[in-house]
Design a protein around this ligand. Structure first.
Ligand code: FES
Ligand SMILES: [Fe+2]
Length: 309
């Protein structure tokens, strides 16, 4: 029996009534991105502001966590158990102030992206609990809005990356993206396809002129600071966070004004992939990026990117 059936059956047999609050929202992403986002454990401390959490136990299909949640002016400790038994849904439950709360979230692809439906259910037994239902509903709606704003950045970025047929999200091949599939932030879960014939030449004179150039198809940024050329990733190879500061200008010719020092989703440090001095002619370096091996070479006229065998 699935967790939701077991939970609902138990509550009903014990005389609890359900007060449901259905919500739904569309995002321009795939249902796999929504599934990944709901399973993703390490983003919580970097993305969500309304609570702090620690995970007591993590498995593929179930996670048990402790939260300190802000509810209006109160800080409330909660234990939340979250289950993920099939690709289309997450079911979780908790208890606060004597009220049980269960949450059932489903996500399905539509023509423009993905519809995420969330049903909150407050379980109550006594008439005097009714005013609490009203207050809890207000708090849940407020929390729902904030969570969708915070998580929406991640879903939308993944949706944008999926428009590139040359990118593969490796977790898509998993039948289910479990909680414990998300915890290793040093894993590269995005791969470039069609990498065999890469041969990109980046003009040194235009780099001297602009100081910052991107090889968009390969998600690389090239920055000239003084006489130093550095190659940076523009997306995080773990799960695809954007590593370029939004709306930023390159001030003082320095990459720190344009590129993030650490990944905004899971906190991994951003790192230079290759670096040269302008005088390092015929110098060659290799690096791994999006599961592909690159070789980059500096000549008088070009920075040349090729496949490293
Ligand atoms: S997306 Fe996970 S560390 Fe960057
Ligand atoms: Fe989240």
């Amino acid at each position: 029996m699935k967790a939701i059936e077991q939970f609902n059956g138990f509550m009903k047999r014990n005389g609890f009534k359900a007060h449901t609050i259905p919500m739904s929202i569309n995002f321009p992403c795939s249902s796999r991105d929504a599934e990944w986002n709901y399973s993703d454990v390490p983003h919580f401390q970097f993305i969500h502001k309304g609570a702090t959490a620690t995970n007591i136990s993590i498995d593929k299909h179930i996670i048990s966590s402790l939260f300190i949640q802000k509810i209006f002016f109160l800080t409330v400790p909660l234990q939340i158990v979250n289950t993920h038994e099939d690709r289309e849904s997450h079911f979780y439950y908790t208890n606060a102030f004597g009220l049980w709360l269960s949450i059932y979230t489903t996500y399905e692809d539509n023509q423009k992206g993905c519809t995420i439906r969330t049903q909150y259910t407050l379980w109550y037994k006594y008439f005097f609990q009714k005013p609490f239902l009203y207050i809890a509903s207000l708090a849940l709606k407020k929390n729902y809005k904030r969570l969708n704003q915070e998580d929406g950045i991640m879903r939308q970025q993944r949706g944008n990356l999926r428009k590139d047929p040359n990118l593969l999200f490796l977790q898509d091949k998993n039948n289910i993206i479990g909680f414990n599939d998300t915890v290793d932030i040093y894993k590269s879960n995005i791969r470039l396809l069609d990498f065999e014939n890469i041969s990109e030449k980046l003009s040194i004179s235009s780099l001297k002129d602009k100081k910052y150039l991107e090889l968009e198809s390969y998600y690389l940024a090239i920055v000239l600071t003084g006489t130093n050329i550095k190659v940076w990733p523009t997306i995080c190879e773990h799960e695809g966070a954007c590593l370029v500061k939004e709306g930023s200008q390159l001030n003082n010719n320095h990459e720190s004004t344009k590129l993030l020092e650490s990944c905004p989703w899971h906190g991994k440090s951003n790192r230079v992939l290759a670096s040269f001095k302008l005088s390092d002619l015929e110098n060659e370096q290799t690096f791994k990026h999006l599961c592909c091996n690159f070789r980059v070479r500096l000549t008088t006229e070009y920075l040349i990117f090729e496949k490293n065998n």
